[in-house]
Design a protein around this ligand. Sequence first.
Ligand SMILES: [Fe+2]
Ligand SMILES: [Fe+2]
Length: 186
Amino acid sequence: MPSPNREEAWTLLQEYNHSEALIHHALAVEAVMRYRARKQGADEEIWGLIGLIHDLDYEQFPEVHCHKTKMILEEKGWPEEYIRAVVSHGWGLCNEVEPVTDLEKNLYALDELTGLVGAAALVRPSKSVRDLEPSSVKKKWKQKSFAAGVNREVIEKGAQMLGEDLEVLIQDVILGLRQVADRIGL
Ligand SMILES: [Fe+2]
Ligand SMILES: [Fe+2]
């Protein structure tokens, strides 16, 4: 089958996800992946698509996270490298598929970081990423009790893999999120 397009991915996402929070998370990670792809001249459509669909199974099949997505996408005939990219965000958490491509390393690092940046935006008076600065995310990063569910180790490992400073990644996540701020209520 030809490569899936954004519309197909969006339809599929809505088929499996009804939680607004999860749909917002999917759109957030999509926007951040798109931003990063543009920044380095990679394929924005593919990066965005993988970001959009990465947590497809999480609402309905949290115990078999990533594994169920693999089954669904295989059944849909998605390209193997797309499926691998999606699944690798669960490396060390729900499988042993290590991120190796640039796309995979970005998804791995930015998925959790997107959560932290979003949480940091929501505690601002504006409740928005529009006036959020990397320095205030950095402060929140150090408070372990803030957004305690965000796995900072994964983000650090991801930044290391990418050979990039956390500061740069935070800035990119903020800029990516600003592009969909209205849509996701940030
Ligand atoms: Fe996930
Ligand atoms: Fe995620």
